[in-house]
Design a protein around this ligand. Sequence first.
Ligand SMILES: [Fe+2]
Ligand SMILES: [Fe+2]
Length: 179
Amino acid sequence: MFKITVVDVYVCKICGEAYIGEKMPTHCPFCGAHKKYLVKARDYDDTGAWEVDLNEKDRINAEKALEVEISNTIFYKCASQKTPSLEGQKLFKILSKVENEHASVWKKILKLEKIELPKYDACASEYIPNLEESHSREERAINFYKQAAVESANPRVREIFQAFVEVETDHLQLSEKRL
Ligand SMILES: [Fe+2]
Ligand SMILES: [Fe+2]
């Protein structure tokens, strides 16, 4: 027998992606933003969300953030392919997807066309060294994003940096629990 469920559409104000489910998820399934950034689609108008006037500092920080996210996307992709642990493969694969979504947010903010992911195979072929590298990459990203959030005078840019500080802190917790 089929069970009919009552579903709704939710949208993440950070990445703009929609989610269908019975309940508001605790985190955006795409960019990992916390629940406070999620809204019912019917209550949200995202016109202008990607029309952001960047001053020079914001542009420099957004470009650097894009680089960080691309670098982490390809590191995690490599780690998901080389880590022998099955759990590690799943963990690094979803981290790669989330970081790729973050890269896509910066791409849209910067109004760039397409992101080319460079080839990367310099990750380790064991779980622990990849967790250690994950930890230091997330720590670097968090420190930079905290600084960039303080430096930004633009509410949308500041909110994205703040949201991603929280997401990368979740990622830090994942490696810390396993090291
Ligand atoms: Fe999101
Ligand atoms: Fe990220």
